[in-house]
Design a binder for this molecule. Structure first.
Ligand SMILES: [Zn+2]
Ligand SMILES: [Zn+2]
Ligand SMILES: [Zn+2]
Length: 104
């Protein structure tokens, strides 16, 4: 199963120019380049497991949207062709949630 990189839209202005401003050791704080809103994405298990997940090529770099798997905490979470999120480490199908929204 091929996947593509995670893409997040700003929960306030809808811009796709969203950057991951921290590191997985600390938190998942993202910032919108348009309106400076900050937020943290997280995942919940949606039920189901996919096998044979192929990570996107090239892999996202460290400032691109990143979220941790609800099951195994891996940050190798990508988007399948049908738009659902999946963890490339454990195969869990995931749902995205946006938390900690703070308008900039
Ligand atoms: Zn925004
Ligand atoms: Zn942080
Ligand atoms: Zn996982």
């Amino acid at each position: 199963m091929k996947t593509r990189k995670l893409a997040l839209a700003c929960p306030v202005c809808g811009s796709a120019e969203v950057f991951y401003s921290c590191e997985p050791k600390c938190c998942f704080n993202h910032v919108c380049a348009q309106c400076h809103t900050t937020f943290q994405p997280m995942t919940q298990a949606a039920g189901g497991v996919e096998r044979g997940i192929e990570p996107p090529d090239p892999l996202p770099d460290c400032t691109e949207p990143t979220v941790a798997c609800a099951k195994c905490e891996s940050t190798r979470v990508y988007v399948m062709e049908d738009g659902r999120l999946v963890c490339a480490a454990c195969g869990a199908v995931l749902e995205l949630e946006i938390t900690e929204v703070a308008a900039g």
